[in-house]
Design a protein around this ligand. Structure first.
Ligand SMILES: Cc1cc2nc3c(=O)[nH]c(=O)nc-3n(C[C@H](O)[C@H](O)[C@H](O)COP(=O)(O)O)c2cc1C
Length: 418
């Protein structure tokens, strides 16, 4: 089967995934919060980012340089796999499949705190490309033990997610009766029966479990109490003190994920973050949240050219990756796109998703006339609305020109970061 002919883009994989997944798993994966206005805006905002191509360049840009240095590592492509919890529910061994694909492509793989594979197994597959994501537990003892466990497993990059201050209420999940731990109702049983491929693969792999937090759940709890305990682990704001405490204990690189305005970006840097991950959590938390596209220019302007800025939420194509980089990101992650690919194609899914995104990005950059990803910001039309807040970005290590007028579009006053 020629995968390129059958599934030339991520949307084709998403359609195939919709057929292969039981409804409860599919709804969990695709869903946003509320009326899903933010989900729609993530797409609309990306589509509105345009380029000004150069068709008479000094040198040809047919083979653009897509490599990136990020957090002291060299990556072959400027994108990676976002942490997705419970991906083993969407397709058995999705974590392993994507971690292997990331390692082969030399891109980062984000392991969710709520993954269904143990962090040591993923480190064995994908270190040093594997990054470990953490929802800081409210209990400082559990938090410290988790941090030590991540360090012992050999991770170099810790991603602390800050944008889940409270348990969410997603209508799609409520409608299909999705719960933690999963309940088998007549409806879910029927969905499983009617998706035999998923059912068979899941039965072979075993019931998906939260492998990295199981050990913290006290013994003797009922299923409902276990569910309440899991919710309690992530419930509540990650305070600045918590972040500083993590910084003190964690010796590797620290990335703060879930930043959507310049004020939080500056606070995270002040607490010792090495990189900012701009995200609205794939529009799963707040339906009135800003999009990454809206937030990126002001965040880049505030943190300066030297700070590593990562972005996600919405991209489905290589062109989308170029768009986010043009707006100020150094690196782009994708969540659902990679899981669609695995749900559609099983173990071939990760490699095919990387292939699609790489080729789309290469074509987009060649068409724009851009020779390297760092030059993408220079190809935004100067009259585009998004361009007004984002200065063209010089090479890393070079400060923006002092003569450049930067209007920071942020609700709170920010001071530029040196
Ligand atoms: C089903 C699902 C589960 C997710 N679980 C986590 C998680 O455990 N930790 C986390 O930091 N982000 C989680 N995210 C958010 C992703 O890391 C990422 O921010 C988001 O998917 C990006 O948007 P995209 O799906 O449009 O690419 C999850 C997203 C989805 C869709």
């Amino acid at each position: 089967m020629n995968l390129d002919e059958r599934y030339p883009c991520i949307d084709d994989l998403a359609r195939k995934a919709a057929c292969r997944l039981p409804r409860f798993a599919h709804e969990y994966l695709i869903g946003g919060i509320g009326r899903e206005a933010a989900l729609a805006r993530n797409r609309i905002a990306l589509d509105a980012v345009h380029f000004d191509p150069c068709y008479l360049p000094e040198a040809p840009a047919n083979r653009p340089d897509m490599t990136v240095e990020l957090l002291g590592r060299h990556y072959d492509l400027p994108f990676g796999v976002s942490p997705v919890g419970l991906s083993g529910l969407m397709w058995p061994r999705a974590v392993e499949i994507l971690a292997k694909a990331a390692k082969r492509a030399n891109i980062p793989f984000g392991l969710s705190n709520f993954a269904t594979t143990h962090m040591s197994d993923v480190a064995a597959i994908a270190a040093p490309n594997a990054w470990c994501q953490l929802y800081p537990a409210c209990d400082p003892g559990i938090r410290s033990t988790m941090l030590d466990e991540i360090a012992t497993a050999g991770y170099e990059v810790l991603v602390v997610t800050i944008d889940i201050p409270s348990a969410t209420r997603r209508d799609r999940e409520l409608r299909v009766g999705l719960s933690v731990p999963p309940r088998i109702t007549p409806e879910t049983f029927w969905q499983i029966l009617t998706h035999p491929r998923w059912a068979f693969a899941t039965a072979l792999a075993g019931k998906p479990q939260f492998e990295n937090i199981l050990r913290y759940i006290p013994e003797g709890l009922s299923m409902a109490e276990k569910a309440a305990f899991l919710t309690g682990i992530v419930e509540g704001h990650v305070t600045q003190d918590t972040l500083r405490g993590i910084r003190e204990r964690w010796r590797g690189k620290l990335v703060v994920k879930g930043i959507i305005n310049a004020r939080d970006a500056m606070v995270a840097l002040d607490c010792g973050a090495d990189a900012i991950w701009v995200s609205n959590h794939g529009a799963r938390q707040l339906d009135a949240n800003r999009t990454t596209v809206e937030a990126l220019p002001s965040i880049r302007a505030a943190v300066g050219a030297k700070t590593a800025v990562i972005a996600d939420s919405g991209p489905r194509t290589g062109l989308d990756i170029a768009r986010m980089i043009a707006l100020g990101a150094d690196f782009v992650f994708l969540g659902r796109a990679f899981v669609y690919a695995v749900a559609a194609l099983g173990r071939k899914g990760g490699d095919h998703a990387v292939h699609i995104l790489r080729e789309e990005l290469r074509c987009a950059m060649a068409q724009i006339g851009c020779g390297s990803v760092r030059e993408l910001p220079a190809f935004r039309p100067s009259d585009s609305p998004a361009a007004h807040n984002c200065p063209p970005r010089p090479a890393r290590g070079v400060e923006p020109s002092p003569t450049l007028k930067v209007s920071v579009n942020c609700d709170q006053p920010v001071k530029p970061h040196s």
